[in-house]
Design a protein. Structure first.
Ligand SMILES: Cc1cc2nc3c(=O)[nH]c(=O)nc-3n(C[C@H](O)[C@H](O)[C@H](O)COP(=O)(O)OP(=O)(O)OC[C@H]3O[C@@H](n4cnc5c(N)ncnc54)[C@H](O)[C@@H]3O)c2cc1C
Length: 457
């Protein structure tokens, strides 16, 4: 079987030779080639002491990441400044010393799904490959605030996926067993225990969709999505990675089966490595390199209420009712659902969504009937046939993808960034993403996660 991540890795590895030597002070080695490692910038640490010092001095905080003129060549160009592109840039620099990297975004940093996510974190997936993969992300998230020196507000809450019928109960039991075998804390619990955890849930048997049980996953929780994006951006900038907002990739130059560069609305860039992290737009960018992806783009909507006193301490998901809810530290209730029924690039909110959401939320928690929605929004989701991501090489040497994140990709930012950075730096596919290659669709090795990823996010 061809290893797409490694496909032609030896050839594309000439990226290192293109290093410009910007601020070069310390040689490093990656992918067997010599590259250069600029001295990290030293921004002030975010700490209580620094806060007091800045308060007293009245000095401005330095910008978290800097603007740069667009270069004419980079060792690696990452398309998309969402959590995936930024995490990959950070780990390329921090773990592999590859710093001559540009992250390009046609819009603003975090302007895609990563700034629209409801940021639910969990690892209670259905397949062993999925559970292992997402659990590594949870591990990275747990120490992310310290690693990036940025308060990402990770809040472990416990995650409940409700079962309203026998087939859902069966799937929850299945997931619980797979999770336990992978060392992930998940168990099936009954209505009494559910009521103890979430007193406002209506667990009476005479509702339209009675709650029969739930998959309970104590490590699940929520995080502050903007802080994660900004934290990665700041940390990558420290190493010399350049982030270019308002820079749209309009073409990818491929010659003799190898990436040569990208064309943008601000000029052409020579590069031997392009990583496509554009989620809802990923098929359009892949097509520029002549690569077809089995992905369709669907809008996903979410909504938030006015803040109220904290009363909901777990994340609650109902796949049957197509709804989930959590409460932020500020007290707002954050609601989400499954994707809109039609493939589209529209990011408009709809009344149908708000009506359906309200109906189902009130079925679950009648006490919320007087809550007022503050706003609703929408983002684009790149859905694959098996509800699992696509990561690695593509058959075009030097063209990599980190896509197919659907409605569940925010939680995977750290692990996919770490794995894609390793893939690019070493030319080898890390074991943790080996099952998620593009070749699985041709070979019929799908990683079916629909039972754990359709609504739960
Ligand atoms: C409403 C909503 C709720 C969600 N809730 C959750 C959740 O609770 N938990 C979870 O794990 N996941 C959730 N998700 C999914 C998650 O947000 C996404 O899977 C994830 O953020 C994708 O990140 P990304 O970095 O791959 O892409 P994005 O953050 O979408 O970034 C892609 C970027 O590519 C840029 N781009 C596109 N084309 C080009 C081009 N030609 N040139 C340059 N730049 C380009 C875009 O401007 C964009 O900024 C949710 C998504 C939505 C929309």
């Amino acid at each position: 079987m061809q290893d797409l991540c490694c496909a032609g890795a030896g050839e594309h590895a000439h990226w290192a030779a293109a290093a410009t030597g910007r601020n070069a002070v310390e040689p490093a080695r990656a992918n067997g080639r010599r590259t250069t490692r600029p001295a990290p910038r030293r921004p002030p640490r975010y700490s209580a002491l620094a806060l007091v010092r800045h308060g007293l001095s009245g000095k401005e905080w330095p910008r978290a990441w800097r603007d740069h003129p667009l270069g004419t060549s980079y060792d690696v160009v990452i398309v998309g400044a969402g959590v995936h592109g930024l995490a990959a840039a950070y780990y390329l620099a921090a773990n592999h010393g590859i710093t001559n990297v540009a992250v390009l975004d046609k819009s603003y940093l975090g302007g895609g799904g990563s700034g629209r996510s409801t940021a639910i974190l969990r690892s209670n997936y259905l397949t062993p490959e999925g559970v292992r993969f997402y659990d590594r992300s949870m591990e990275l998230y747990r120490t992310l605030a310290a690693d990036l020196d940025y308060n990402v507000m990770f809040s472990r809450r416990g995650h409940l996926t409700l079962a309203h019928n026998d087939s859902s109960l069966r799937t929850m039991r299945w997931r619980a067993e797979v999770n336990k075998l992978q060392g992930v804390d998940s168990e099936l619990i009954g209505p009494a225990e559910i009521k103890r955890l979430v007193p406002y849930l209506d667990i009476s048997p005479d509702t339209r969709y009675p709650i029969l049980g739930a998959l309970y996953h104590p490590p699940g929780g929520i995080i502050r999505h903007d802080a994660v994006n900004w934290g990665y951006a700041r940390a990558a900038d420290v190493y010399g990675v350049q982030i270019h907002q308002g820079t749209e990739v309009t073409g990818i130059d491929v010659a003799d089966g190898r990436v040569r560069g990208v064309r943008t609305n601000r000029g052409d860039i020579a590069t031997p490595v392009v990583l496509n992290c554009t989620a809802g737009w990923s098929t359009l960018v892949a097509a520029m390199a002549g690569v077809r992806l089995p992905i369709q783009t669907f809008p996903l909507q979410a909504a938030v209420t006015e803040p109220v006193r904290p009363f909901l301490h777990s994340v609650v998901v109902s796949g049957t009712l197509h709804v989930y809810v959590s409460q932020t530290d500020r007290g707002e209730l954050v609601f989400g659902a499954s994707v809109d029924p039609f493939a589209s690039y529209s990011t408009r909110g709809s009344l149908e969504f708000a009506e359906g959401l309200a109906t189902h939320v009130i079925e679950l928690m009648p006490a919320l009937s007087k809550m007022r929605l503050l706003r609703q929004w929408s983002g684009l989701c790149d859905m694959t046939p098996d509800f699992s991501p696509i990561m690695g090489g593509t058959g075009v040497d030097g063209f990599y993808v980190d896509v197919g994140w659907g409605t569940y990709g925010f939680k995977a930012g750290p692990v996919s960034g770490e794995a894609m950075a390793e893939c690019i730096a070493t030319g080898r596919t890390p074991e943790i993403i080996a099952s998620f290659g593009l070749d699985r669709f041709g070979e019929g090795r799908l990683v079916g996660e629909k039972g754990a990823a359709a609504v739960g996010h």
